[in-house]
Ligand binder design. Structure first.
Ligand SMILES: *Cc1c(COP(=O)(O)O)cnc(C)c1O
Length: 424
């Protein structure tokens, strides 16, 4: 980690020169503003397109044209096992064994499917702990699960709140909530990185505490996968799921990844919704009525895979394989620290914004703009900076290490200070 930053173009360019991942910027397609690539801070929402993605999609289209149904089995990369090519690179990104990973469907769909296995409420144990104001889809998912099982969401959902006047959750408050409800707790389910303030939760400690209370522990890793260091297997997490179109650059609405811990694999007696793609591969096409599960997380698959969506995802994973998650995280820490430094070069910045992201963070910084936030947001976008806006006054900035540079952070600083001068 660098400790002395300078707010100069020369310093930023020097950082880029000594950054071994700088070359990856060339591997992505940037939207343009007045003929120049934008500064793209919304990789936490939709990652940029890797240039090689198109080739992977074209290959599938060509196979379909040339081989049609034979594309399933009789080609170099047959479709019936195409999804298996994603398990190992995804496992490295999230700290799992390849057999603990499967890629399918989309995130909210997968969370519902995982609830079938890991939300097993009884009259005594039916509560779920999550963070207050979880991502809306997660709230809808949990509430509809409660109703499906005949429980009242108001009684069954325990939300851990932030303390008055604070902008982040305290681990001790989560542990205390688990302790308080330990006899009624079925599941702890939290977003591993909060989408709003960018906070990284202490997943290891919380997972341990949930287990000690006799509950399952699962994580929504939409903002964590491809962003921060994860060790899902070693932490003993029961299950997790994430989307791939944010930090994993797989394309809009693309497939979700699922982690199921090794201890649940190869089991016939686990409750699970099943389909033919989860059936043991060697005997799948005997079309027998009895379901024999795949020995790995693929047992949770239902349908034959969406090959056209897996193709650009696989392309993106090649870049992760080459760059390596550890190197990406190292750069992410430096780049995010530099962005924070740059933001704080704004004259009298405390009167203008509050950084609501705590120290425990990935690459996202969330700024609560105290005045005229929407105008600042508009000014940035009119000047080639893509950020996003969350009510009531938050601008989120995610300098993703794959395609953001130190020079861009410097240039952003100039635009940001101009915005403050004009609007703040
Ligand atoms: C982005 C995001 C989602 C999106 O869900 P989809 O099913 O992919 O539309 C869900 N949960 C969280 C926490 C997210 O950040």
């Amino acid at each position: 980690m660098m400790d002395t930053f300078e707010n100069t173009l020369a310093f930023a360019q020097q950082c880029d020169q000594s950054d071994e991942l700088n070359c990856y910027q060339q591997q992505f397609l940037f939207p343009k503003h007045k003929g120049q690539p934008v500064i793209y801070f919304t990789g936490n929402s939709l990652g940029l397109q890797p240039k090689i993605a198109q080739d992977y999609v074209n290959e599938v289209m060509q196979t379909w044209a040339d081989y049609a149904v034979d594309g399933h089995f009789h080609t170099e990369n047959p479709w019936w096992s195409y999804h298996e090519r994603l398990a190992s690179p995804v496992a490295k990104i999230v700290g799992a064994l390849p057999e603990e990973i499967t890629v399918m469907n989309t995130l909210t769909v997968n969370l519902h499917l995982l609830m079938v296995s890991f939300y097993k409420p009884t009259v005594q144990r039916f509560k779920i702990i999550c963070e207050e104001k979880a991502f809306p889809s997660d709230q809808y998912m949990l509430n509809s699960q409660f109703r499906f099982h005949g429980f009242d969401p108001k009684e069954a959902l325990i939300e851990v709140k932030k303390r008055a006047g604070e902008t982040f959750w305290r681990t001790e408050d989560i542990l205390q909530t688990i302790e308080t409800h330990k006899n009624e707790l079925a599941l702890v389910f939290i977003g591993g990185v909060n989408y709003y303030n960018g906070q990284v939760f202490d997943m290891k400690t919380i997972t341990e505490a949930g287990h000690k209370a006799g509950a399952f522990v699962g994580w929504d890793l939409a903002h964590a996968a491809g962003n921060i260091k994860l060790n899902l297997h070693d932490w003993g997490v029961d299950f997790a799921a994430w989307c791939s179109y944010k930090y994993m650059n797989s394309g809009p609405g693309n497939a979700s990844g699922v982690f199921v811990h090794q201890k649940y694999l190869g089991k016939k007696d686990i409750s699970r919704f099943e389909g033919w793609w989860g059936h043991d591969k060697p005997t799948r096409f005997l079309m027998e009525p009895e379901f024999i599960p795949m020995p790995n997380a693929d047992a949770w698959q239902l349908s034959n895979a969406s090959i056209l969506s897996l193709a650009p995802y696989l392309a993106s994973l090649q870049l992760f394989e080459k760059a390596g998650m550890d190197a990406l995280i190292e750069k992410s820490k430096n780049l995010t620290a530099y962005l924070e430094f740059i933001l704080k070069q704004t004259h009298d910045y405390q009167t203008f914004f509050e950084l609501i992201t705590p120290e425990e963070r990935g690459c996202q910084l969330s700024l609560l703009i105290k005045k005229n936030g929407r105008k600042v947001f508009a000014y940035l976008s009119q000047n080639g900076v893509v950020t996003d806006w969350r009510e009531p006054g938050v601008i989120r900035l995610a300098p993703t290490p794959f395609y953001c540079s130190f020079e861009q952070m410097f240039r952003f600083g100039e635009i940001f200070r101009a915005a403050v001068k004009e609007i703040g």
